[in-house]
Design a protein around this ligand. Sequence first.
Ligand code: ASP
Length: 334
Amino acid sequence: MEPLAPNARVTLLSMGGTIASVAPAPGAGVMPVLEASDLARAAGGLEGIDLVARAVRLMPSASFTFEDVLALAREVEAALAGGATGVVVTQGTDDLEEVAFALDLLVDDERPVVVTGAMRSADVTGADGPANLRAAVLVAASPSARGLGALVVMGDELHAARFARKTHASRPAAFSSPEAGPLGRLVEGEVRLVTRVAPLSLGARVEVVPPVALLRCALGDDGRLVSGLAQAGYRGLVVEGMGGGHVPASMVGPLEALAHEVPVALATRAGSGSVLRRSYGYAGSEIDLLSRGVLSAGALEGLKARLALALALGGGGERAEVESRFAAVVAAAG
Ligand code: ASP
């Protein structure tokens, strides 16, 4: 058996979501109502681990604001400052990979921060919440999970926050890491890693997160949404281009004009892989866009690139500082 950290003390911070949801009446839609202590109880006795449970929010994850996420990050930091071996966050799965990635950038600590949830509510046959929570707590208490940044643990798999994606709307096996595969698995309660990743850090304290838009480029798009973004108050844009980072030629003008006002980053809508740098030379290609001041999001998918840019902006400073903070995250995320 893999040894737990000596005197392992794990803090559970609950945010709501399906893992905390039951139907208020037969036939009614489920709602988050369960307390952190209810979740901890359902996960069963975890020998050798002192589990301290605390509710931070009780809500569907689709309604999280950046204030909620920053408050959660402060709670994680407080738990670690208080001596926790690791921290588990339970929340809705809808934007779980985004919150995990935000914590990855915001919390600078080698101890595990593990985010989990459930695809089936607590009151149905085969509810997956208790097993996911149990697995997440075991990972949080495991010395081998240190130094990996924030992790998503679902279905006995460990995913790096930077790679994790919700790739199915309803199945219990909803999470995967299309770019890299899981970092490891839990087997009989033991963490078995197949690979490791270097930790990420934003390197700045964030108090407020400015609005950054995320736009998916589609066939025949003429870029008219791009033109109004700065006036609408957006402080940055991530555009998910086609393939290796390509947009219709008609979008180039609006994107270049916006990039003069606010940082604009290019990701790929392909689902995995990186934005190219030096392959295609036509109007709207990656070479064209990068030469016009658009930033590369590298292998970061659009959702993660948007968070990296928004948090880089939230770190303050001149535009050059923001862009180099963003570029450092892109480079480290590989
Ligand atoms: N709607 C839920 C949420 O809060 C879905 C889930 O937890 O799976 O994200």
